[in-house]
Design a protein around this ligand. Sequence first.
Ligand code: BTN
Length: 323
Amino acid sequence: MYKEKILDILRASRSGFLSGEDLARKIGVSRTMVWKHIKSLERDGFGIDAVPSQGYRIISEPDILWQNEIKTGLKTKVIGRELLIYPEISSTNTRAMEMAWDNAHEGTVVIAEIQTSGKGRLGRKWISPKGNLYFSVILRPDIPLHKAPLITLMGAVAVASAIRGICQVHAEIKWPNDVLISGKKVCGLLTEMSAEQDRIRHIVLGIGVDVNMDLEVLPTDVRTRTTSLMSETSQKINRNALLKEIFRKIDQWYPVLFQDPAQVLKAWEKFNMTLGRRVIISGAGEALEGLAQGLDTEGRLIVKLDDGTTRTVAAGEVTILKR
Ligand code: BTN
């Protein structure tokens, strides 16, 4: 707690030095205790300039996900009130599913710095090196099973709007829920759930955002269609701040799903880059080519084929054809 206070004070006076004596007086501990906490911050990865007769100042911050940092100022009602951060885990979705079975509270989030067996849609792997965001949110929505895809669409809306807000880049959604910038994927969402009869017991909304990773670590075929927020903005992104904003957006949109789901679809349409375009849909049965016309009330894609008939598609991989 004192360590966090010292950090807050040092951050607030970023340009100037603060003496050990001033720090000690401000938080009501001894100078030796201040020194010990400064050493501990250095061990956490903070660069701290310590100059005799002037004091301390922060010169660099570590790129680590930090419980305290995420929780400070987090005003959500449900999302992220309980957090678990793993340095490394097989998959946050797998862990969150286990916790959901063990009755974890709704809104609990499992976060990891690295995933060793990250899962993607359609049985693919999600390559999960250090520097990005990998997290899974446990939800217990009281909606029928066939409405579950709306949760993922809502998640995509939350991520796209948070990215636009924090990074000032034009994030768009490709059906059903990939988030792209300039045509390259920056985020994927994977929901897994357990249901009884027609009711959802729990659902895990898994989100992977490429933030500060070095794109070179990706295999060439993946690299050509992937981007990161750092690469798009030419600066390192504060992952704690972005995560907090995504939590805030999910917290805002989740209740809307129950009150007025049409609003979520409307928001999705605002961010979407698929409707009105010629598309090929593959990955779930026979490939289809046609015009992406709209979404039905459950978030399925309505495609007009060249013979004039329409098909409604629940899952698959969309390729948008050039105009
Ligand atoms: C996709 O294929 O686009 C979906 C990717 C989903 C990746 C995220 S990362 C956090 C969570 N844990 C996983 O194993 N997968 C999801």
